[in-house]
Design a protein around this ligand. Structure first.
Ligand code: FAD
Length: 317
């Protein structure tokens, strides 16, 4: 059986900035990692974005897919073996880890790096997809700058939404927070800060029923009151959907420790999970910062931690 034939040093799961960076570091350390790229989103979340202006080293910005192509090429240059498949099952608790792919193939490894990212929750209305990247955004830090001096809306009422509204208020002329309830779910301190900012306004008990626009992008939102039939429209150039994220970690349940939202718990300052030899990096760990440069940096840390684990194992023999 193939699973008895070869035990890999490290298998990386995920091909976003965290996974590719781990591949680059391991390859340069003389370890030939295997990277499972995922069928749904090879290249990760940045494959869906237009220009990325905040990744260091690209003075004029770079298209998300181009940045990921460069990372993939760099990982391949340093001998990362990329397998285009999904991981469907894992056994991480044994000394030798077993990773099962959707093709049915099983891969064995002494160490595993999980870099499976997180998904932004969507409103689920048709026009959301139509204007994605043309006024519909899920990240104020990433895209806020493109709306300098313009009117924008933020959908949501939790800490993320209110934090995004506060961030945008210093860039945009007006920020309208649209929330389904009659009060914010965000912590009181954050909510009070937002309410004290002059160019943030709130529309309560409302949901977005349609996003409208033209060739240049979003121009207007249609809103509905959740308790009645009252409708209204709101002019804006952009809408930031901030209704939460779901880490892509369900296949690791009952194998490694996670918090109540499904983010993988790692040791302080490191990437070690609750399972020896298993490390995690990027947005599947980080519910707060969610930036490519931070994911890449934590992928580098995971590679260094996995390398150290392999060295320690050799020393035990
Ligand atoms: C629209 C958009 C715009 C953004 N703009 C910016 C920006 O301008 N600047 C910035 O810094 N950040 C931006 N971000 C955030 C940035 O994309 C993420 O922080 C970063 O990609 C996280 O990297 P990651 O490697 O942790 O995960 P991801 O990039 O999400 O990659 C996860 C990988 O895991 C794989 N995977 C998941 N499950 C499995 C499985 N079961 N088996 C195999 N593979 C699996 C997926 O295929 C994917 O390759 C943006 C995000 C979005 C969605």
């Amino acid at each position: 059986m193939s699973e008895k034939q070869n035990i890999n040093d490290v298998v990386i799961i995920g091909s976003g900035p965290a996974g590719y960076t781990a591949g680059i570091y391991l390859g340069r350390a003389g370890i030939k990692p295997v990277l499972i790229s995922g069928l749904l989103e090879p290249g990760g979340s940045l494959m869906k974005t237009g220009i990325v202006e905040n990744y260091p080293g690209f003075h004029d910005g770079i298209a998300g897919p181009d940045l990921m192509d460069k990372m993939e090429a760099q990982a391949k240059k340093f001998s990362t073996d990329i397998i285009p498949d999904d991981v469907v099952e894992v056994d991480l608790k044994s000394d030798i880890k077993k990773i099962t792919l959707s093709s049915g193939e099983s891969i064995l490894a002494k160490s595993v790096i999980i870099a499976t990212g997180a998904k932004y929750r969507h409103l689920g209305i048709a026009s959301e997809e139509e204007f994605a990247g043309r006024g519909v955004s899920y990240c104020a830090t990433c895209d806020g700058f493109f709306f300098s001096g313009k009117q924008v809306a933020v959908v949501g009422g939790g800490d993320t939404a209110v934090g995004e509204a506060i961030y945008l208020s210093s860039i945009c002329s007006r920020v309208t927070v649209i929330h389904r309830r009659d009060q914010l779910r965000a912590t009181k301190t954050l909510a009070n800060r937002a309410k004290a900012i002059e160019n943030i306004e709130f529309i309560w008990d409302s949901k977005v029923s349609k996003i409208e626009g033209d060739d240049s992008g979003v121009t207007k939102l249609q809103l509905e009151n959740v308790h009645g039939s009252e409708k209204r429209s709101l002019d804006c150039a952009g809408v930031f959907i901030a209704i939460g994220h779901t880490p892509s970690t369900s296949i690791f349940e009952n194998q490694i420790d996670m918090d109540s939202s499904g983010y993988i718990i790692v040791n302080d300052k490191g990437t070690q999970t609750s399972c020896k030899g298993v490390f995690a990096a990027g947005d599947c760990v980080d519910g707060k910062y969610r930036q490519a440069v931070i994911a890449a940096a934590s992928g580098a840390k995971a590679a260094l931690d996995a390398d150290e684990h392999l060295q320690n194992k050799k020393g035990e023999k």
